[in-house]
Design a binder for this molecule. Sequence first.
Ligand SMILES: [Zn+2]
Length: 257
Amino acid sequence: MVENGADKTQSPWPEHCLGAVSLTFDDGLRSQLESAIPVLDEYGLNGTFYLNPPAEGDEAGWRERLAPWSIAARNGHEIGNHSLTHPCSENFAFKAGARGLEHMTLDEIEADVLEAERRLLAAIPEQQERTFAYPCYQTYVGAGTGRQSYVPVIARHFTGGRALGETANDPQRCDLHCLWSHPVERQSGAQMVGLAEQAAAEGRWTVLTFHGVHEGNLSVAESDLRELCAFLARHRDRIWTAPLVAVARQVRDWRRA
Ligand SMILES: [Zn+2]
């Protein structure tokens, strides 16, 4: 029986839900602990927080710095892997003179990501399964004829991977290890609500990428985040909001079935 368009053979979304939304936050910024998580908690929503575990210092030091995120994990948020050293293209001005993706190998990127994973598992043992977000949305190593995708590396180790794209994800056809996301810096609450409504209208899964809340050059205003969260809480029977790992798992299992 088809109710509210949510035929289970046609869609992986929970009963009555028409589409899915994942709220993802990158780089472990302070405003995410101080502002984003309290707003999400207030509205009973769970997000995904992609961290780079501290690359420097001793084990006690990095465990201590990850401790606040372990509380977020216990409250239902996903703590995702964003690599250890956040490697990006050497073409970025902030990489001036530094070695970047163009000079890395697949083995090197895998070692970087797995060291981040080891630290996340040690500091946040309650969460054993997670997804990965490509630093700077870039999914390759090497350059020119030597350029290779590292999506297969991520697919071997994670439930899902978040990249960059132009639309919401089609649950039938999207690559779970190279999911498309919308960067939402400087967007209004109404614009972000529009992206969520579009997912419901199309039966798709919208992934929003946030950085700071009133912090840094890619920030959103807390009032806009709050407007989005209030909308998602009000429409939770129609739009499924869940961490990336939960939606990726659901889509994977639905495809297998
Ligand atoms: Zn990042």
